[in-house]
Ligand binder design. Structure first.
Ligand code: GAF
Length: 388
């Protein structure tokens, strides 16, 4: 049975009537361009087939009745459409409240309550953007149900506002952009400085893009993320005293190395070096993928990981173990962490002919070193958030 059908059946059981509308919102994988989106650089993500689903019907009152089929014991959550204060213990419900709250700031009121069921098929804490997926799911759903007439970019910015303003996480725009603008079999090459973007066929030739999830319980991701953001911001401000740039993404590596000594902290020098070099790598990787030069594309993925490990310091033993074990396998052209880091997932470019042995071999090394299992799957690249 498909997940949509299952969701429809549990909706019927819990609410006693059929759902009127269904929506799907993907997760995302980032091919390359990590921690560049808040540094005015390029990113290269794609929407993936694991994500979140919603079943919904309108009510005649002003109440929202919602449940998640992923948290079977959590029961039904009921609140009024104007009860939008953040409750940190709310888990997934805070995204529903957050989206409605940010919509309200744009003058889009929720005129009626609704019954809502959601379900997701992403591995937990996989770093594949379950939060952006959920934000866009609810945003697109409300936009459709209540005819707000918002365009896709406005919905993307609304999702980011939920993170930045409602939840207080200083994330960039990549995740929401990938989730909303995704297209089947296409990666999105986005310049976060100008917001210009180009779709690039995600054709990896004789290779599979394998997603490897650490299954690490994620800790400190949010505080470490905000810390990295502050470090590159400080480096930028020091460089702006000697050169006319808007963001680190304006510099080439050569230009950067000539002025790096103006950054007072050696730690912040390394953080900024990553942001500048990663942006260059992303531009090169987009060219390599467009030219079907998989070998070069793979090398750039691995260089990205090394820089995230040594200069940006956002990997950790779990991601490093997956990447080094992957690189030791036959037919692997490159591997790197994807997303914010500190756990979550990594990706590897694996020859289709070697794919069967790959997960077992890497999984064994990981289990021996880390003490629990990693998960592996091949990503299908799909369309962005939409009604079903
Ligand atoms: C997280 C953030 F949400 C993104 O904006 C991006 O900065 C990413 O980490 C790192 O590249 O997913």
């Amino acid at each position: 049975m498909t997940l949509t059908k299952e969701l429809g059946e549990s909706f019927q059981r819990r609410f006693g009537h059929a759902a009127e509308h269904f929506f799907f919102s993907p997760g995302r994988v980032n091919l390359i361009g990590e921690h560049t989106d808040y540094n005015g650089g390029h990113v290269f993500p794609a929407a993936i087939s694991v994500g979140t689903y919603a079943a919904v019907s309108l009510r005649d009152d002003d109440e929202i009745h919602a449940f998640s089929a992923n948290f079977k014991d959590a029961g039904m959550v009921t609140f009024k459409t104007d009860d939008l204060e953040l409750r940190q213990y709310d888990s997934w419900v805070k995204y529903v409240r957050g989206v409605i709250s940010e919509m309200g700031k744009l003058g889009h009121e929720v005129p009626r309550g609704f019954n809502l069921a959601i379900v997701g098929d992403m591995p937990t804490a996989s770093g594949l953007s379950s939060s952006a997926s959920l934000e866009l799911l609810i945003g697109v759903m409300l936009n459709d149900l209540f005819d707000y007439g918002m365009d896709t970019l406005s919905l993307v910015k609304l999702g980011q506002a939920v993170e930045n303003d409602y939840l207080g996480l200083q994330t960039g725009i990549m995740d929401q952009f990938a989730v909303a603008f995704g297209q089947e079999k296409q990666a999105i090459f986005l310049d976060t400085n100008t917001m210009d973007y180009e779709m690039v066929p995600s054709d990896f030739g004789d290779y599979d893009l394998v997603i490897m999830t650490t299954n690490k319980k994620r800790e400190l991701v949010d505080s470490k993320y905000n810390e990295r953001r502050a470090e590159t911001q400080k480096a930028l401000e020091e460089l702006q005293a000697v050169t006319d740039i808007k963001s680190l993404g304006d510099l080439t590596t050569d230009e950067f190395e000539k002025i790096v000594d103006h950054i007072s902290s050696s730690v912040n020098q390394r953080r900024a070096r990553h942001a500048v070099a990663e942006n260059e790598r992303t531009v090169l990787a987009k060219k390599a993928l467009s030219d079907h030069d998989m070998k070069r594309f793979g090398e750039l993925l691995t260089e990205s990981h090394n820089s995230l490990r040594d200069d940006y310091e956002v990997t950790g033993v779990e991601l490093d173990t997956l990447v080094s074990a992957a690189m030791a396998q036959p037919g692997v052209l490159g591997a790197r962490m994807t997303g914010a880091g500190f756990g979550g997932s990594a990706i590897a470019l694996v020859a289709k002919s070697e794919a069967d042995n790959f997960a077992a071999a890497v999984g064994k090394v990981y289990n021996e070193k880390i003490g629990y299992q990693a998960s592996f799957f091949v990503a299908d690249i799909v369309d962005g958030t939409h009604a079903l």
